[in-house]
Design a protein around this ligand. Sequence first.
Ligand code: NI
Length: 160
Amino acid sequence: MAVRQIRIIGDEILKKRAREITEIDEKVQQLLDDMLETLHQTPDGVGLAAPQVGVLKRAIVVDLSQEENGVGPYKLINPVITKKKGEQVCREGCLSVPGKLGDVTRPKEVVVEALNENGEKVKIKAKDLLAVVLCHEIDHLDGILFTEKATEFYDAEDEE
Ligand code: NI
């Protein structure tokens, strides 16, 4: 496994739509492992999308195992939101937008369908923080950063 470099806002790749993964080979599995290792290298990251490490493929990792009632890690390929319910406002940050937080309105609950690293179908019924993180990471696959959706911005340091 290897830690990969995280692309920062301003990098054109973050605005591009990532491509579907048609074959889950060793390269894709390596990518997912590297993404998880890269995520774990950060002080408080809970999710990472492949475009953030410069790869335009539809893959994300999410790990809330350090949170209360934590779940994960998840390695998801071609994730799609198939159901949305309700609304919540969450103060979000992003590893590609250092030092900034913003309030974003997201669904309160989502169902996400994807493939896991073995090519098996998975269906995640998520609510609260997990729903937010999944929506945020799937947005990355469509070239969307939270800064395009946030209504209020804050400096990350003011939060501590
Ligand atoms: Ni992000």
